[in-house]
Design a protein. Structure first.
Length: 488
């Protein structure tokens, strides 16, 4: 059996690793050839079929097609279009991050298998239904598709490089995707969807999720390299949809995308969902007193009173720790507080002690830990992540309830830190209208959802239309209770 060749043009790649999946778009040229080091090839499982007259037939062969075979097939009676699809296994010998660091480096004589497929999509899109064509508009540009599995590609990132022997392919875009068997830790709730879907006798899980684990923070979800082709973003979305179809997965969810990505998913036919959080915005305040001056008189007095009582007349001291101040003693103390609160509220402690050790080692300057101390003992703490322009409130821990201490550590100290460091926002997450009277105003958050089943899609779309209207009304209503002074 002769070796088979895969021809790659501005390619799209999609992959599943252990516990997650990654979509890739790769630069290339029509002259690039990827030669597999093995003839191994595994056909995907046949999808469930209804007894209807087929409009498209797939013929599979392990040998290269004879020259001119596709043209001869196209001339047969009743055949409207014939498109060759080449597939096989390419063998990754090296991979590099965008900064040039070596990621994959198998021992001499070994390589990492990548399952690949390629087709002339200018011809291939004619075989798709009009609905599929609408969701995969960029395929008509005649670019090939790559399917990738089994590599540690989620560590490469945009602008990284995949090397197959002497051939190098640059990564133009990445989408991190997780295959999940539950809906815990997402902050966009679809438990009701799962229940409704499974009552029809079908499996909702596993599902696909594109998000940052346990983190309800808006951010980019379509990661595109600078200078990448303009169609890279739509290629990534098309690959996400195709992955969902091929794996016969119930649904694909994109949680907390930034506005530009949210709009791109909406244009591709994803169902839009609106949520709501409370964010504080820095309007150029000089210090905390300057911020207080912007509040109405009653709220300003209430905040001052809360801050005095939170410190119990000086019996409680507050430490704001970041960078080298985050030692193991501090992490041990906070972790115990975190567990105590999770246990008391019958919640789930998603984060283990190793997580806090690793984050303290690898990104200490992006952590802000607000710890409350009574004498020599820590009694409460708030865990925050520091971004370029925003501080994100994440977790609170305390051994018991202390009057107003939660407000002091989670809200007021975060505001002080943002003002002192010139940050634009404090994002305190969802839940709790009590945040409103402390200067955190309601803002919309977004998610996008792809549901292949037409009937279930219609039901969810109807629900989301009503929900969006309710959330918009809620945000408008809450804004009326803003604590800030109203200028006449």
């Amino acid at each position: 059996m002769s070796r088979r060749l895969i021809f790659v043009t501005a390619a799209f790649a999609i992959g599943i690793g252990v516990g997650g999946a990654v979509g890739l778009a790769a630069h290339g040229s029509p002259s690039v050839r990827i030669t597999p080091l093995s003839n191994a090839s595994t056909a995907p499982p046949a999808p469930a079929a209804k007894p209807i007259r087929p409009q498209t037939m797939l013929a599979w062969t392990y040998l290269p097609l004879p020259r001119g075979f596709a043209k001869r097939v196209a001339r047969l009676p009743g055949v409207a279009q014939a498109v060759p699809v080449v597939s096989g296994t390419a063998w990754l010998t090296r991979s590099f991050s965008a900064g040039g660091a070596l990621v994959d480096h198998p021992p001499s004589g070994y390589a990492i298998p990548l399952e690949l497929a390629a087709a002339n999509l200018t011809a291939y899109t004619r075989l798709l239904s009009p609905a599929d064509r609408a969701f995969l508009p960029e395929l008509s540009r005649g670019q090939a598709v790559l399917g990738v599995t089994s590599a540690k590609i989620r560590r490469i990132g945009v602008d990284g490089v995949l090397q197959f022997g002497h051939v190098k392919v640059r990564v133009a875009g990445v989408v991190p995707i997780y295959l999940k068997t539950h809906s815990y830790g997402e902050y966009v709730f679809d438990w009701g969807w799962a229940d409704a879907y499974e009552r029809t006798g079908r499996r909702y899980y596993p599902k696909l999720l594109c998000a940052v684990p346990f983190t309800p923070v808006p951010g980019p979800r379509l990661l595109v390299a600078p200078g990448a082709p303009a169609e890279t973003q739509s290629h990534l979305i098309a690959g996400m949809v195709e992955l969902t179809r091929q794996r016969q997965i119930s649904s694909l969810h994109v949680n907390f995308p930034e506005t530009a990505d949210f709009e791109a998913f909406g244009e591709a036919g994803f169902l839009p969902r609106i949520g709501q959080q409370f964010h504080w915005t820095n309007d150029g305040y000089r210090d905390f007193d300057d911020y207080l001056a912007a509040l109405n008189s009653r709220k300003r007095k209430a905040v001052k009173k809360e801050r005095r009582e939170a410190l119990a007349d000086g019996a409680i001291e507050i430490e704001v720790l970041t960078g080298p101040d985050l030692n193991e003693r501090v992490w041990d103390a906070f972790y115990k507080l975190y567990l105590a609160t999770s246990d008391r509220k019958w919640g789930s402690a998603y984060l283990n002690r190793r997580f806090f050790r690793l984050i303290g080692e690898r990104m200490p300057n992006n952590v802000v830990l607000v710890m409350a101390r009574h004498g020599a003992d820590y009694i409460a703490g708030a865990f925050n992540i520091l971004g370029r322009e925003t501080i994100y409130g994440r977790n609170w821990g305390a051994y018991r309830e202390y009057r107003f201490l939660h407000f002091e550590c989670c809200y007021y100290r975060a505001i002080e830190f943002a003002i002192d460091h010139g940050l634009k926002r404090v994002e305190a997450g969802a839940q709790g209208p009590h945040k409103l009277q402390r200067g955190y105003l309601p803002v919309p958050t977004y998610s996008a959802h792809w549901i292949p089943d037409p009937g279930f899609r219609r039901a969810v779309a109807s629900f989301l239309a009503r929900e969006r209207e309710m959330v918009a009304q809620k945000i408008e209503h809450l804004a009326e209770f803003s604590p800030f002074r109203h200028e006449d």
